[in-house]
Design a protein around this ligand. Structure first.
Ligand code: FES
Length: 672
């Protein structure tokens, strides 16, 4: 290259270099490291390589850029640009050849590795680099005396036009190959998976590749349908996991598989049927069909993944909690009975250990603690809590059997988060009378109508039907804060005669909603056993966090992320008052929503992230908390509200004893 050769600059990347005169802009871009989209490989079919030529003198780069420094568009390019509605300075990079200095802008839609912003509490950019892509190719026609076979001819064309070698072809794609090549007059669009397998051949030019990222939770299954070329989410669907009918928590599903001859098959079929329906609904919403889904990425806890693959989860039911397979897997969707594209693959992220599954690896991908200096604690609570602690230097994980109490199960008046469930609770510190809010009703209970209108209200849906997970957490935390509960979780004996208390022997119960505030006409109570169940669950979680902190050699964490549905509905302040999570600056405790689902989407959109997941799954050090010698001690200490010995400086003024102290300080200040 000489200084006489044209100088080309691609914006906004700012990449530049001298190129051989006559080289296409598409090749020039590649040469300087800018990836421009192309499905047709320069056949003026796809229009994906559109760029804009800038005019004028660019002093900073010492060049003058003009459209005249490119070969003029021929009729074919003009026609395609017109069809695309492009006018002015738009050109197709595969057709425009460089004759002089030029500065070119590559619009977002023409960039090969697009980026999408992941909208969540911790906003991140996802680079789009999917495992599936389409290429348009012209294949040599079959001739007498030439014996490569149609697949051989297609392989040769792909090698020559796209430098794709050592490919295999899915049997179903092979079955259609001959008919499709001829229907397309030997010009076809090939759908490739992982640059190594041809999963479909379509006659002529086609575009559109789609995938589904799915998080199979024990209670809920959620899926995002994504455009794999742009990274856009086209539809989001969620549904209940039908396996709930076979057991609320993981262990009861494991035991259902063990105790019923057809237990595994029933649960497997139930989840596959549900996924088929979910995929069909999502596809419909996106204006597609299930068969347009070329890939699916699935995450879930280890039991869910075993059942999804129809592997008996029996070994997960007891020590040493052996997984059938910890590695990532790729399976044909059809082998699982999934009705997607006939040759679609399902990618399953790897697991970390017996009870820390692909969902946790997905959370890691989404939140990237391994790329930060801060010591980050991520808590994902379902019926089983999965905890990760770490930063760029080290990463630890653990699981704690919290049980379903946080979801409102095992609670006397517990219910799922559905209309009528008490979700917010506040107690008057003086009268110790509760006000609450139910799902589906904006107003707090003390704003409901009284008097003649009350009869009408009785028909309304806002009457309380039970308590959901966030409601019970707030109720217990508030009862503790106003002194109805003692730090060891008992109802305060001094309140024996309080009108909101009921006593059955020495066991107290608090009337959260009075009979006239409920749908059944019976009061809704928080019982001593409910408080105990919450204490047991939160102690298991806290002890897990604490053991991880000890293992990491840290006394405090810089940041806490609450993942999963639980994290979205729980108020961080109440979580800390209860001692569910360790002390931390409350402003640094955030809910990150369905981080596992986001991680699945990241793995769907970016195949390199799958390799990262595989590496992470092996790197993260798993701590077996349940058999840890200090577990019992930590668990017992964590039964107290918020904790028997650990300080909570960030709750200063919010806990009963510090509230009292803060009030004394305030009144002293007033008296000065
Ligand atoms: S690469 Fe398809 S039109 Fe340019």
């Amino acid at each position: 290259m000489t200084t006489q050769d044209p100088f080309v600059i691609f914006m906004p990347a700012g990449r530049r270099g001298r190129v051989t005169p006559g080289q296409s802009l598409l090749d020039a871009a590649r040469q300087v490291g800018v990836e421009i989209e192309s499905i047709c490989g320069g056949r003026l079919t796809c229009g994906k390589c559109k760029v804009v030529v800038e005019h004028g003198r660019f002093e900073k780069h010492a060049i003058t850029s003009t459209a005249d420094h490119l070969t003029p568009p021929d009729d074919e390019e003009v026609a395609l640009l017109a069809r695309m509605g492009v006018n002015g300075d738009g050109r197709l990079a595969c057709a425009a050849c460089v004759t002089g200095d030029v500065l070119v802008f590559v619009p977002e839609e023409s960039r090969a590795h697009k980026q999408v912003i992941r909208k969540s509490a911790t906003e991140r950019v996802i680079a789009v680099n999917p495992a599936v892509r389409q290429v348009y190719v012209a294949v040599d026609e079959a001739e007498l005396g030439e014996h490569r076979g149609d697949w051989g001819r297609l392989q040769a064309a792909l090698a020559q036009q796209w430098q794709l070698t050592e490919l295999t072809i899915d049997l179903l794609a092979l079955r259609k190959l001959q008919e499709r090549l001829r229907a397309g007059k030997w010009k076809v669009t090939v759908i490739l998976w992982q640059e190594r397998e041809v999963i479909d051949v379509l006659p002529g030019y086609h575009e559109g590749i789609y995938g589904l990222a799915v998080d199979i939770g024990s209670t809920t299954i959620a899926g995002h349908l994504c455009d794999l070329r742009t990274g856009a989410i086209l539809a989001t669907e969620s549904t209940m996991n039908p396996q709930v009918a076979y057991g609320e928590d993981l262990m009861s599903r494991v035991s259902y598989a063990m105790t019923h001859k057809d237990g595994l098959e029933k649960m497997h079929t139930a989840v596959i049927d549900t996924l088929n329906k979910l995929a069909a609904r999502a596809a419909k919403e996106a204006g597609l069909q299930s068969r347009d889904l070329h890939e699916m990425v699935v995450v879930g806890n280890t039991t869910m993944m075993h059942i999804f693959l129809s592997i008996n989860p029996q070994e997960l039911g007891g020590a040493p909690f052996a997984l059938a397979n910890r590695e990532a897997m790729d399976v044909k969707a059809r082998e699982l009975g999934l009705r997607l594209h006939p040759a679609a693959n399902v990618h399953i992220l790897p697991a970390e250990a017996g009870h820390v599954g692909a969902d946790n690896v997905a959370v890691l991908l989404a939140e990237e603690p391994y790329n930060q200096d801060e010591m980050m604690l991520i808590v994902d609570v379902g019926t089983n809590a999965e905890i990760v602690l770490g930063n760029r230097e080290r990463l630890f994980s653990a699981s704690s059997p919290t049980g379903p109490a946080f979801e409102g199960a095992q609670i006397s008046y517990g219910m799922r988060a559905a209309p009528g469930a008490i979700e917010r609770v506040s107690l008057d510190p003086e009268t110790k009378v509760a006000r609450f809010r139910v799902i589906g009703e904006e107003r707090w209970s003390d704003e409901w109508s009284v008097g003649p209108e009350a009869a009408l209200e009785a028909q309304a849906t806002h009457l309380a039907a039970g308590i959901c997970g966030s409601g019970i957490i707030e109720a217990v935390a508030e009862l503790f804060v106003v002194g109805v509960l003692t730090p060891d979780g008992r109802f305060h004996p001094a309140l024996a005669d309080h009108p909101r208390m009921q006593w059955h022997g020495r066991k107290g119960a608090y009337i959260l909603a009075t009979a006239d505030q409920t749908a059944t006409g019976q009061p809704i109570l928080v019982t001593q056993d409910d408080v105990r169940n919450i204490q047991l669950a939160k102690a298991a979680l806290y002890a897990g966090c604490k053991l991880l902190m000890q293992r990491a050699g840290v006394e405090r964490v810089d940041r806490i992320l609450l993942a999963g549905a639980f994290g979205s509905y729980i108020d961080p302040q109440y979580a800390m008052i209860l001692g569910l999570i360790p002390d931390c600056d409350l402003a640094r405790v955030t809910a990150v929503g369905n981080a596992a689902g986001d991680g699945a989407r990241i793995a769907l959109l970016n195949r390199e992230k799958r390799a990262e997941a595989q590496r992470l799954a092996k790197e993260v050090a798993y701590l077996e908390t349940a058999v840890h010698p200090d577990f019992q001690d930590e668990f017992v200490a964590a039964l107290h509200l918020p904790h028997a010995r650990d300080p909570f400086p960030h709750l200063q003024g919010l806990l009963p004893e510090t509230r009292a102290a803060a009030q004394v300080t305030r009144s002293r200040r007033r008296n000065r």
